[in-house]
Ligand binder design. Sequence first.
Ligand code: SAM
Ligand code: SF4
Length: 330
Amino acid sequence: MKLFDQFNRKINYLRVSVTDRCDLRCLYCMKEKMTFLSKKEILTLEEIERLCDNFIDLGVKKIRLTGGEPLVRKDIIKLINKLNLKLGNTNLKEITLTTNGSLLSNFAKQLKDNGINRINVSLDTIIEKKFKKITRFGNLKKILNGIDEAQKNNIIVKINTVAIKNFNEDEFINLIEWSNKRNIDITFIEVMPMDETGLDRHLQFVPLDKVFEKLNKQFDFYKINKNTGGPSVYYNSKNLDNNIGFITPLTNNFCDNCNRVRITSTGKLFMCLGQNDYVDFKDLLRKDYSDETIKEKILFALNIKPKKHDFIIDKNTKPYMKRHMNVTGG
Ligand code: SAM
Ligand code: SF4
């Protein structure tokens, strides 16, 4: 079976936020003081697995675990192990992870042993002091050790860098060359106007179309046909071995090709990262409804998947998104 939404877009990619908690507090993602969900509010690993099973039955091929920080969820490896058993004998073809990398050195081997071959690591700067500033208290060394450990275990790493005004604009070339040396692809992402973090979005936002123009002068990019299932558009250069991606929700809308939906750790299905509507699955899971009913509700949700997000960043527009990025993850 194949899943289509009301605009005939094929949906085969599910992102699952396994926790809203995180061991960092990135300035553009969270407020300094966050209130996190209690244990009873979040789905158990069994409930997450059952929901995933229903999506897989309906045609989902790729699952990305995210958060918050997915590696702070207790027993996360158990869930990955269960999902790994479905690779190859169901519709599921890939399990992957987006992580801040802080716990990666402890987990890399277990991830590899449980079927994870590719991960995204978020890294906005490779300067220690700046890393501490943007994450409020993070330790860059831990992340770099984590990346090394992942590569030692033959996990393909991709770096995700959020472009932040007056913060890392001067590092983009360095970041590209640094990741090139490590044989790592890197994707730059525009900051999105999710819920308030205490800092004005328009003071954080850097339009990537302008960044591309500048970088292009240095690298003379050419577009390549790489598609990892996400919204990144990739380029290569004669001077580089790695691929450079750009995710441009604000300057170049990619919603026509959207292939994904997102489940939060409490079982809410967000059909679009940039809209507030959701369909809640927690009751269905907890009140012992059948898998058929769960599937019917998934189909219903896809029928109301919005056409596009309506992100706006300007001085006079308050973000209309009522959740921080750690609720749905990336
Ligand atoms: N903690 C993990 C991490 O940082 O990779 C996974 C969750 S985090 C919310 C997923 C991604 O969202 C990270 O790459 C992060 O940089 C990005 N992100 C967070 N807030 C964002 C925002 N307002 N706009 C754009 N990207 C954001
Ligand atoms: Fe945590 Fe990731 Fe948000 Fe940073 S971006 S605070 S690492 S969830």
